[in-house]
Write a protein that binds this ligand. Structure first.
Ligand SMILES: [Zn+2]
Length: 103
């Protein structure tokens, strides 16, 4: 389980090292998609799970669920059950609705 706080959303280059930066981008992508969707509803996204159980890339598509109070995004992979929650994000740009799956 990951509990992420996206603290550097408005900075062009996060100060984290390479690996942490990649994770931060992953969490940012999750937040971005979640913000495009409705509140309190679990939504399937096009974001691929990052886990590699047994050294094979997980093929799960992440599910996200956004809460307004407190502002929080919960996400999870239906295949490998990796999941986490993200807080501390600030919506910056217009969300990309195209990243959401239809239906
Ligand atoms: Zn997975």
């Amino acid at each position: 389980m990951w509990t992420g706080v996206v603290a550097h959303l408005n900075e062009p280059e996060p100060p984290e090292p390479e690996r942490g930066g990649a994770v931060n981008r992953y969490l940012l992508a999750i937040v971005e998609v979640a913000l495009a969707g409705p509140c309190g509803v679990t939504t399937r996204t096009r974001l691929r799970c990052r886990r590699r159980p047994g050294r094979r890339a997980c093929e799960g598509a992440l599910l996200v669920r956004r809460h307004e109070v407190p502002a929080e995004v919960q996400w999870g992979c239906p295949l490998c059950r990796d999941h986490g929650r993200i807080r501390g994000f600030v919506p910056k740009a217009k969300p990309k609705a195209a990243a959401l799956m239809g239906g």
